[in-house]
Design a protein around this ligand. Structure first.
Ligand SMILES: [Zn+2]
Ligand SMILES: [Zn+2]
Length: 187
C-alpha cells in the first residue's frame, strides 16, 4: 500500500515544481529560487515552522537519465518551546534537500518502491513530502532554549533562572523542629 494516494498536483502551488522548461536531456540544469508559505504541521510537537511562515527555496533541477534530481536548501523560521523550562524558542533553519524524482512509466518507477525514489506526475514534482522529511530530521526532538538550561524547580515550577541560587523547599524534619525553635530563641 502506498503511504499516500497520488493526488492531483496543482502546478501553481509554490511547493510544486513544473519541469516543462527543463529539457529531458541528461545533464541539463535549471535553478529555482522562490518563496513559499509553510504548510500546516511542518515540524514536531514542540518545535516547527509556523504555518504560513515564509520558506525560501533555493533549488537546482538536473535532468538525469530517468528523471529529475532536485537538490538545494530550504530556509525558514522556527518557533517552539523549551522542553525543560517551557520558554519560547525562536530560531531559523536551513535544511539541505536532495531527491530523485523518476519520470512516469520509467524503469526506475517500475523497479523501485515509492518511498525509495520520488515520482513525477507528468512534468510536476511535489516537494512537500521531501520538505517535511528534511525539516523533521533537522529539528531537535528535545528542543532546549540553551544547552545548559536548568529547567524548572520540581517543587514550585518556577524557572531556576528566576530563582535565587539558594532556593530550596527543604522541610525541617519534625524531630529537629523543637531544636530549631530553641536556636531561634537564643538568637
Ligand atoms: Zn529552557
Ligand atoms: Zn521551588
Amino acid at each position: 500500500m502506498p503511504k499516500h494516494l497520488p493526488t492531483h498536483l496543482n502546478p501553481r502551488s509554490p511547493l510544486v515544481l513544473d519541469t516543462r522548461e527543463l529539457p529531458r536531456r541528461p545533464g541539463v540544469l535549471r535553478t529555482v529560487a522562490r518563496t513559499a508559505p509553510a504548510p500546516a504541521d511542518l515540524g514536531l510537537e514542540l518545535i516547527g515552522v509556523p504555518e504560513g511562515a515564509e520558506l525560501s527555496l533555493d533549488l537546482r533541477l538536473e535532468s538525469v537519465s530517468e528523471g529529475v534530481l532536485v537538490s538545494g536548501t530550504v530556509t525558514g523560521p522556527v518557533k517552539g518551546e523549551c522542553g525543560r523550562c517551557l520558554r519560547p524558542i525562536t530560531d531559523s533553519l536551513v535544511v539541505p534537500i536532495q531527491e530523485l524524482y523518476a519520470y512516469e512509466h520509467s524503469t526506475t518507477v517500475e523497479t523501485t518502491e515509492e518511498d525509495e525514489v520520488g515520482r513525477m506526475q507528468g512534468d510536476l514534482i511535489d516537494l512537500e513530502p521531501v520538505l517535511r522529511d528534511a525539516v523533521v530530521l533537522a529539528l531537535p526532538t528535545n528542543p532546549v532554549c540553551r544547552e545548559d538550561c536548568p529547567g524548572l524547580c520540581p517543587e514550585c515550577g518556577v524557572q531556576w533562572d528566576e530563582l535565587p541560587a539558594d532556593h530550596s523547599h527543604q522541610q525541617v524534619d519534625s524531630r529537629w523542629a523543637g531544636l530549631s525553635q530553641l536556636t531561634r530563641q537564643e538568637e
